[in-house]
Design a binder for this molecule. Structure first.
Ligand SMILES: [Zn+2]
Length: 300
């Protein structure tokens, strides 16, 4: 049903989803204790250059993916959003402020999500149907956000990390793409971040810090096991700043330093290997091929 390029069996293929959370290095939750948001506008912005670098890499491998764009970035770089869309990638929503969902009230969440979705739709002229929360912050206590997303017309979400983590995660949540019931009995499609099943234990292999911290062969093994053994597509994510080893260094705790800065210099090469070894497409396309959503215009 699904495949990696390693498998050699190219029968019916549901591509894996390649996703990019478009934000700058100073938006990251791990660095937040050292970077006040009032200082964002005066910091050196590297998101446009890094996103263009990613666009060039994806173009080389002829991969189309989904870009979850932060509203704060879209407001300052509308041309960048247009460029991403014109390359054939899907534009989706990463909220506006990068505040964690469980630190917002439902009213605040609704307001900033409306603002961000509207902004992206105005820039691209196309409907935005996908959402990803800052730092995967839709957790058990903030599942109310799913009702707001469904109400605002989002067709899918990709914010649930089905693991235990200090900042996010719903341990025990479903691991594969599925239609879920919201607390108020609406429904929305969820594509949870990728975990490999290792003897019943969930190994996060979804990308980002895990991709940089784990040896490449571990990520590759885990992702291939999802495709081959489980016959499922996986969803993978990366940030533009993760292929930018020259980004300004911020003084933070050892744990945050470890998570943010480890192997930045190796990430681009690893991404190229990954793009050569697995098949990728947009989230929307993958969910359509799985029968969970209707096809978007011009796809399938
Ligand atoms: Zn983010």
């Amino acid at each position: 049903m699904t495949s990696s390029r390693l498998s050699g069996s190219s029968t019916v293929v549901v591509p894996n989803a390649l996703t990019v959370d478009v934000e700058d290095y100073f938006h990251v939750a791990a660095l937040a204790p050292s970077i006040h948001r009032d200082s964002w506008p005066s910091r050196e912005s590297r998101v446009a250059a890094n996103t263009r670098k990613l666009l060039a890499i994806l173009d080389q491998y002829q991969v189309r993916g989904t870009f979850f764009v932060l509203g704060w970035v879209a407001e300052r770089h509308p041309q960048l959003v247009r460029e991403v869309a014109s390359c054939g990638h899907e534009i989706a929503c990463h909220g506006f402020s990068h505040r964690l969902v469980y630190e917002q009230s439902p009213k605040e969440f609704r307001e900033e999500t409306v603002r961000s979705k509207g902004l992206l739709e105005d820039i691209t002229g196309s409907e935005v149907s996908g959402y990803r929360a800052a730092s995967y912050s839709i957790v058990r206590e903030s599942l109310w956000a799913m009702d707001i997303l469904a109400d605002l017309g989002f067709l899918y979400d990709s914010s649930i990390f089905p693991i235990r983590h200090d900042r996010y995660g719903i341990p025990g949540a479903q691991r594969v793409p599925h239609r879920m019931l919201t607390p108020n009995k609406n429904s929305i499609v969820e594509w949870p971040l990728a975990t490999a099943n290792v003897l019943g234990w969930r190994l996060p292999v979804a990308g980002g810090g895990y991709f940089r911290l784990l040896p490449y062969w571990v990520s590759r093994w885990g992702l291939e096991s999802i495709n081959r053994r489980e016959q499922q597509p996986f969803i993978f994510y990366l940030h533009p700043w993760e292929i930018d080893p020259a980004q300004p260094r911020v003084s933070v705790s050892w744990l945050s330093r470890y998570r943010h800065y480890t192997n930045l210099g190796k990430c681009e090469e690893r991404l190229r290997r990954l793009l050569g070894e697995f098949q990728f497409g947009t989230v929307r396309d993958g969910l359509a091929r799985l029968g969970l959503l209707p096809a978007a215009d011009g796809t399938c």
